[in-house]
Each structure stands twice: as structure tokens, then as C-alpha cells.
Design a protein around this ligand. Structure first.
Ligand SMILES: [Zn+2]
Length: 134
């Protein structure tokens, strides 16, 4: 199996081994995820970003931590990757990074529109259930 070194392993304090090439990309449903930190692989994140530009059921949500993004798939049941950590971004001068950056810009705009609709409906349902609105 292809090995890599998760930079979280090398840079964060923990009770784990500080050694290169201990981590693998594990298959979780449609995604490959880091065995150490659980992040989607760059390839899988690019796939998700690309889908999020077109597919209404996928949302990319920036978290309050600037290095973490959540991936939300509406109606998807089963195992899949749910987050991406920016320490798994490829180098900025690579084609892969440029492609991800381009897709991200579109995906985040589309995701915001979907999130407003999706969370708006949830809030509306809560209000209905509580009898606040008809
Ligand atoms: Zn990792």
C-alpha cells in the first residue's frame, strides 16, 4: 500500500511515533482518507470539489478552523470522508493545486447557495414542529 507522511503526525504534539512513511490512504466509501488524521486525500478532495460544482447534494463548508473543511453529502448514507485538512494540499506551484483552487472557488459559491436552502428548510421545519409558524 502506498505510504505517506501526514504532516500532522510530524508537527502536532501527541503520544505517537514521529517517523516518516507510517501513514496510508484508506478507502472510505468513494474516498481515500489519511489513516492518521482522517482527511480526504488531495485526489479525493479534488473529486469532491469538482462534484460540488454540479451536484446539488454536495456542500463544502469551511469550518471555524481555517485549516479544516467539512464535506456534507445530503441524502448519502454509508461510509465516506467528511473533512479535508489543508496540510494535505499539494504544493502551490503544481497543476493539481491550481485545479483544486479553481474548483474550490466555484464549489464554495455553489455550496453557500445550497447551505442557505438546506439549513433554511431545517430551521423552517423546527419552527413548524414547535408551532411557531404554520
Ligand atoms: Zn493526514
Amino acid at each position: 500500500m502506498e505510504k505517506h507522511t501526514c504532516s500532522a503526525r510530524m508537527n502536532q504534539p501527541g503520544p505517537w511515533e514521529y517517523k516518516e512513511n507510517l501513514d496510508t490512504w484508506e478507502q472510505r466509501g468513494p474516498d481515500k482518507c489519511c489513516s492518521f488524521c482522517g482527511s480526504l486525500s488531495p485526489e479525493s478532495f479534488l473529486e469532491v470539489l469538482t462534484k460540488a460544482t454540479l451536484d446539488d447534494s454536495i456542500m463544502i463548508e469551511p469550518s471555524t478552523k481555517r485549516y479544516k473543511y467539512y464535506i456534507k453529502r445530503i441524502g448519502f448514507e454509508g461510509e465516506c470522508g467528511i473533512k479535508f485538512y489543508t496540510w494535505h494540499l499539494p504544493d502551490e506551484d503544481t497543476e493539481q493545486f491550481k485545479e483544486m483552487d479553481k474548483m474550490y472557488r466555484v464549489a464554495i459559491v455553489e455550496s453557500k447557495k445550497r447551505a442557505e436552502k438546506y439549513y433554511g428548510k431545517i430551521i423552517e421545519n423546527i419552527r413548524k414542529d414547535a408551532g411557531v409558524i404554520e
